[in-house]
Ligand binder design. Structure first.
Ligand code: SF4
Length: 500
């Protein structure tokens, strides 16, 4: 699936001697959540200044490139507490250096740094109120509003100021906040974005345990940390020298009004299969989604004299669902065989396209290639996790036909995407979504150039996720498939406006 980008991945760790380095590994594991920029802020005591400071290093680029010198860790990012952020930015702000997170400020209660995953749905309203009061902004990001709300709170204790700020936010926000004394992890009351808690060392020994939080547990695996639990929707967890103190935002009305609505697209596409989110492995849920797709939209039945259809995924995000799909199709009595029909080049960044070349076609060809000989005269069934604009899918179909497939069928392991996301994912606008451009799925299939096109139903998706994740009694957001937004959004708000 292409053309949807997550806005970011966040990581934080407290009480670890090599906090910056562990954060570096954590961010590297979360790189799939944002590739445009990244940064780390640590907290340490500066002997020469006789007070605590928060050194910072951030830049455009991938984690391995931005943190490419050992001096960054040995001389700059000192301290045993750190937060980090991987960011994908929308086009309007991708070249604005000021928007690279974490953000760091110094205000009357000391140093404060923040990393945010999600989008505030009341950003416009908050920004307008601040502008009226003459507040000067340093970035065009909605995340900066959170820092202003904290700094302008009239409460005296820092934790009360943070609580004050959180109570004024609406929409999606998983946060890591670094103060001079603590690491604070927050998940919005709807629980839109995942956030997990883990530890290094012995959790029974206060003072020796390093606690860490991350958007996905694959970050814990890389640093050898153990997953403890998810940060709950509406939870504010304070990690300091004494251990962890948990609470929920005070007097917050949203959970009652809107219920819990974790992003279901994390299971469909965004999160890594080796991560546990919302209390369950993505691999398990995604396989179940593939199995459900086999019930909703199996491979075509073929006569005994015909060779079994070849089923293959659009790598890598569809691999797991495809495995579930093929196993279940076979179980249901459909003849088919799992194959690797498309090979993905992982080293595609911003491709230079020569004038006159078809941009989209070249981009897809740089990224994918078919396996010669495998598809010749075969019935091919391509499985993708979703179709957004459809341009990549259309190009892939062309390539598969060119490789000799005599029939091409397309199966999608999620329902048609009909609405943009206002909670932290970068979707195209309503009119750019392919599902809104055709009267029927058959018409869409004709445009894609396939012999048949079929999707997982909304009910099928919800059943698969709820069956696979029995731990979760909580609700899910599926607004991009249903247009039922769990928290009111300003539909006329553009991506750029949301970022300013
Ligand atoms: S609209 Fe879609 S992508 Fe956005 S939070 Fe809801 S399910 Fe996730």
């Amino acid at each position: 699936m292409k053309h949807i980008n997550d806005h970011c991945g966040i990581f934080g760790i407290f009480n670890a001697p090599n906090a910056a380095r562990l954060t570096y590994y954590g961010l590297h594991a979360l790189q799939h959540r944002g590739q445009e920029s990244c940064g780390i802020v640590t907290s340490t005591y500066d002997e020469s200044k006789q007070h605590r400071v928060m050194p910072m290093h951030k830049d455009f680029g991938l984690v391995l490139d931005v943190f490419n010198a050992s001096e960054i860790f040995e001389r700059k990012l000192l301290g045993d507490a750190a937060i980090g952020h991987d960011r994908y930015s929308t086009s309007g702000s991708s070249n604005n250096r000021a928007n690279i997170q974490p953000f760091r400020v110094h205000y009357r209660n000391g140093n404060l740094a923040l990393g945010h995953n999600g989008n505030l749905s009341n950003a416009r309203e908050l920004r307008h109120a601040f502008s009226e009061r003459g507040t000067l902004f340093q970035t065009t990001s909605d995340s900066e509003l959170i820092l202003h709300l904290i700094a302008q709170s009239r409460r005296r204790k820092q934790i009360d100021q943070i609580n004050d700020a959180l109570n004024q936010l609406e929409g999606a926000f998983s946060l890591v906040i670094l103060t001079d004394e603590s690491l604070i992890a927050v998940r919005d009351p709807n629980g839109f974005r995942p956030l997990a808690l883990g530890y290094l060392g012995d959790p029974g020994q206060n003072g020796k345990t390093a606690y860490c939080v991350a958007s996905e547990t694959c970050a814990f695996d890389l640093i050898g940390a153990t997953y403890l639990r998810d940060i709950e929707p509406g939870e504010i967890l304070v990690i300091d020298r004494k251990g962890c103190t948990t609470g929920h935002f005070t007097s917050y009305p949203l959970p009652q009004r809107h219920g819990i609505s974790q992003c279901i697209f994390e299971y469909v596409y965004f999160s890594r299969p080796d991560s546990k989110i919302y209390g369950e492995m993505v691999d398990k849920v995604r396989r179940k989604i593939g199995k459900q797709l086999a019930h909703d939209a199996p491979v075509p039945r073929v006569p005994p004299e015909e060779k079994a259809p070849i089923v293959f995924s659009v790598p890598d995000s569809s691999n797991t669902a495809t495995l579930g799909y093929v196993t279940e199709c076979q179980k249901l009595g459909y003849r088919c065989r799992y194959e690797i029909g498309l090979i993905r080049n992982h080293y595609v960044g911003r491709t230079f396209i020569a004038p006159g070349q078809n941009q989209r076609e070249m981009h897809v060809r740089c990224k994918f290639n078919t396996v010669e000989g495998l598809l010749k005269d075969r019935i091919a069934v391509i499985v993708d996790d979703s179709i957004v604009r459809g341009t990549t899918a259309r190009q892939l179909v062309k390539m598969v036909r060119k490789a000799g497939a005599k029939e091409v069928h397309f199966r999608v392991a999620s329902p048609p995407v009909i609405s943009p996301c206002f909670y932290g994912m970068d979707f195209p606008s309503h009119d750019e979504l392919i599902a809104n451009q055709f009267e029927s799925i058959e018409a869409m299939g004709r445009w894609l150039g396939v012999d048949s096109l079929d999707y997982l139903t909304v009910d099928g998706l919800m059943t698969a996720v709820r069956t696979a994740n029995e731990n979760s009694q909580l609700g899910y957001c599926n607004a991009c498939f249903t247009a039922n937004y769990p928290v009111p959004v300003e539909m006329d708000m553009t991506k750029e406006e949301n970022e300013w």
